[in-house]
Design a protein around this ligand. Sequence first.
Ligand code: C2E
Ligand code: CA
Ligand code: CA
Ligand code: CA
Length: 280
Amino acid sequence: VKDAGRNGYQFYDESMQKEAKARWEIEAGLHRAVALNQLQIWLQPQVNSQHKITGAEVLLRWQHPQKGLVPPMEFISVAEESGQINALEEWVLTATIELLNTWQKQGLPSSFKRLSINISPAHFMQADFVERMLQILKKRHPGAVQIEFEITESLLIHNFINASKTMNTLQEHGISFAIDDFGTGYSSLRYLTQLPLDILKIDRSFIQQMEHSESDAAIVDVIMTTANKLGLAVIAEGVETHAQEQLLAERDCQLYQGFYFSKPQFHEQFYQLLIGQDGH
Ligand code: C2E
Ligand code: CA
Ligand code: CA
Ligand code: CA
């Protein structure tokens, strides 16, 4: 028994070491990723009730020479801890603006209104965040597509005053805001009225439980009603089935995002999809 215990401990120790090594490899690899052009912009459509694409969420991917396409879950938290998230998200905004400028030249359907970018709380709270974002936003050509930042409730809970200052300044420069994964944090309803917000994105855990759980359906009802009263739009995230879409439509949901409509696409495929639906 004693031996097993010691082995168990040893195993734990080894797996800790492996994990530390894996994180270190990711951190070192990320340093090269920007310079070697390994980061990619993928986009997931956001559609209206007629299934027309009205916007998209920018989702970062890392095309690793050995590991293949690495999903953000495997490197975002490492980048947040190492401080690399700032450089990554500056790359994301720069690349997104370049794409948007190119698309505007090539032609965009007028129904396409919004591109949303995820901003990590760690990045958002940096002292020079606004300044650096505004510097990048200067490269943007004038156009009708709104650039939106997706932030999380946790950011607002811990740093409400600073976060709201940052949001107000960026809003003055044309950025709009969505709250991501809404319903999963401990939000106060009051902050919703005090911030320059446009959209609540209902977390996919609620959408996926709606069919089977009355309490999850009730939470969706409350979010829809609240948003409506406060003049905020709602995007239902993670819609995977027709049944889910129907339940949401019954609740007057206007905007949807999820595998049922489309998985995230490499930006070139996304653009083809976008202009294809317009009958070009
Ligand atoms: P998120 O912001 O909640 O983004 C939505 C995630 O849900 C995406 O995963 C998307 O592929 C996935 N998804 C969309 N529809 C469905 C569905 O119907 N079913 C299921 N099961 N999943 C669906 P992805 O691309 O792997 O991204 C995971 C997370 O990584 C994102 O969650 C976001 O928190 C983070 N992330 C991605 N890009 C960035 C970035 O540039 N900066 C930061 N800070 N985080 C990012
Ligand atoms: Ca998001
Ligand atoms: Ca989300
Ligand atoms: Ca998230």
